[in-house]
Design a protein around this ligand. Sequence first.
Ligand code: UDX
Length: 432
Amino acid sequence: MKLCMIGTGYVGLVSGVCFSDLGNDVICVDKDLNKIENLKNGIIPIYEPGLEELLIKNYKNNRLRFSTNLKDSISKSDIIFICVGTPTKKNGNNADLSQVYNVAKEISKSIKRFKIIITKSTVPVTTGDEIEKIISKKVSKKLFSVVSNPEFLREGDAIRDFTYPDRVVIGTHNKKSNKILKNLYSPLISKGAKYVNTSRRAAELIKYASNAFLATKITFINELANLCEKINVNIEDISIGMGLDNRIGSRFLRAGPAYGGSCFPKDTKAITATANKFKTNLTVIKSVIKSNENRSSLMLKKVFEILKNKIKNKNICFLGVTFKANTDDMRDSSSLTMIPALIKKGAKINYFDPTGEKLDFKKFNNVTFSNNIKDAIKKSDLIIIHTEWNDFKNINFKKDVKNKKFSIFDMRNIYSADKMKDNKIKYFSIGN
Ligand code: UDX
């Protein structure tokens, strides 16, 4: 099969590389010439373990190509994946679909034989209907089929999530497309992935519903962690006790800071916007959004309590500033709310992140980056564990922090409270 991925962001690039590794011919297209040139040289724009090696291997084998020529790439391909961004619109909660519709218009100019056009980007319900309308203005419906095939990969685990998905969702009632796509995914189905063939609208909604449900699970456990702190119960025990019920499941029950990233905040808002459009009120998801938005203020309140409200001139160290470990992505990271608020109160922030210095903080005078953990923590009054990188798990705080009165606020519960107590370190965690 000849595949074309339009857009080399997270979804497009990872899926393109992984599809080529399954033996398909793949062209990844992007209008950003610089990005395409870098990709040809094996330089990837994101931090994703294993991706660079896989890309270089398949590029050398000529199964993977990169291009800025959309027209040519479309005419050479059998299956076209739309993988462009669908960010939240500036005013409101709706997803901005301008890039998706522009691509649909471009596609409509280059169809001469049957093509399957797939939305892999997360798109609101009925987007597939719109794409079909746009293309059918120029092309006979016999020559194309628009299918929804959402991607469920997580940053940091993207290759594994692509290769061993729990399920492959194909939204189409077109028999020919369904047969071709089942065949395309057969290497993953034979490894255990469940194949779900459903309507296009249902597939579109499955993606939003899944992300909104996971966000709900996290928010639920975060709120319970607040309760645990008041009643001398450990949230970890609650997560274990609940998670062992197969109906609930243990994953995504880790309490921590506000969830962030490129999907949960955006998709929870977009699904409520879709529901509003169809005059339905998704009250659960709306309160999840609100609760998560309040969470960074709650975390700040904890910091103030730990420092007894004496924030001015305090040296606060953040270990990890991205929205989670194993990614360099800062999108909707709670550090973007917490750090400016702490500076406003007069704190001096020093941070270390395994993925390097972040542009987001360059504009602040009182924020400095250290390029190793020891330098980052040595002068700290308070060390905040913001993400759960393995690099942070074996730090010798007693030896490396020079200020003997320091405290630790472990927002990811990566340390043992008992060990900290034995070492006489003032230790605060979440839901404990
Ligand atoms: C998510 C979905 O998991 C993925 O299926 C979808 O395709 C894209 O969005 P991603 O944004 O990469 O993936 O990150 P994920 O690992 O899901 O974490 C999202 C946020 O939830 C992070 O801020 C993370 O720290 C937080 N989280 C996750 C928790 O606080 N607790 C958990 O138990 C799990």
